[in-house]
Design a protein around this ligand. Sequence first.
Ligand code: N01
Length: 492
Amino acid sequence: MSKRFAIIGAGMSGILTAIKLKERGITDFVIYEKASRLGGTWRDNTYPGLSCDVPSHVYAYSFELKPDWTHRFSPGAEIQGYFEGVAKKYDLDRHFRFDSEIERAEYRGGRWHLSIKGGAADSVDFVIAATGVLHHPATPDIPGLGDFKGACFHSARWDHSVALEGKRVGIIGTGSTAIQIVPALVDRVGQLVLFQRTAQWVLPLANPPYSADEHAMYRASPEALQQSYDFWSARFVDTFARAVIGDQDELHKIEAACRSNLEENVHDPELRRRLTPDYRAACKRLIMSDIFYPAVQKPNVTLVTDGIERIEAAGVRTKDGVLHELDVLVLATGFDGHAFLRPIDVIGEGGLRLADAWADANEAYRSVAVPGFPNFFMLVGPNSPIGNFSVILISELQLAYVLQLVDLVLQGRCHAVAPSKAATQRFNTALREAMKGTVWVTGCRSWYLDRNGNPALWPWSFDRFRTEMQAPDLVDFDLVARETTPQAAASG
Ligand code: N01
């Protein structure tokens, strides 16, 4: 009997999964998406200045390289267009169910029973959760936020109906997002007030456009395009990815580059002091920009480093008593990077709820599966190497691994597969131990850290990740042989 699949999420990983299922001749699958369009983070984020800080030639499916990216780090709208184009090319339209939020997924009688907001339901053999990481905007817990009389929105919910020309615009936050917004807005707005709680290290990466000649060259030569992909991948893996997991030489090089960027490009000593972080470079997600420092020094920009006391009708009151009067307030305050599938109520074998299994920490086996949740897989799940590499390649490698587990069922070797508890515990113990050598735990606050202070990232090398994703080690899995009868399913 043919098996049915549900993919949750129509972002980068969901589209990838659909393509790879089709490649295997599997067509009985649905991509459930709570929004009205595909695209995930690139659909949700439309803020001015949005681009990807991973080079475009790497930030693409390995099997769908694009010869004509406009820039080394291309704008968000172009990336969204890329995913729309790929979905069209692979004829995925009939598989999408938009405006269909999965509220509950329960494993009963050997199958997954899905409840969709609005009352619809589905039953499938496999669930592949491609729900992404940074999709729950974090609203800051600042008193008086609702009192502000001007327009106020989160960076991931940009309100394009609000005119900014000549206005007094406040931005709370100095993460990757805010650092892209500031240069994009500075020449449009009257006054820009940047509220910085923590200074950032900034690596001065240029973002040159690709020329028409380069486009023609990459179109004519898939080998050249592949070489560019390999070049940028290797550069990332050999430098940044090593630095964050403990290669001190590489880390010192990054620190030196950030420090000289600050010293050479921020001219006022007092401003430089306020922009100097007190933690190691790359402890937080490293900022890549050669346009932030020039922008923050423009005469219409005020960098505010006094803490925020509260928000009032007219603006933001800082702890020194000053009221910063504003027309518009942007919350570039990041995301809950630990929510993963939540708020979906996922119920595994014997009524085990994922919420309970993850009550203390999000623990998965090699990021892709959880004991007690058979035939349920995640892409870019907990402890994926999201801080170190292009998330697209990560997702491709994880999916190739997951599909080998799926094959065990499709080939009739078992009815269901899930990692064992013991193997999952071993993996997570090793993870926690390895985290001690990473830069992420050297003393900074970041969205990487969960509430126990453990980074949600991969503490080992990319080679190790690639090796671990090559083939499942079946001693680490429970293969369920019994096919549950339809009667059992109905009574469950
Ligand atoms: O969010 P963040 P982001 N009062 O969490 C501040 C990816 N991304 O949206 O540092 C005052 O990094 C907070 O202050 P502090 C990328 O992975 C990728 O910028 O905690 N301030 C911080 O400055 C990135 O890492 C691209 O002290 C408050 C900021 O808000 C991730 O998204 C582009 C506050 C939040 O920074 C998230 O980046 C953009 C409060 N109550 C983003 N609460 C690419 O190019 C929070 N802050 C791929």
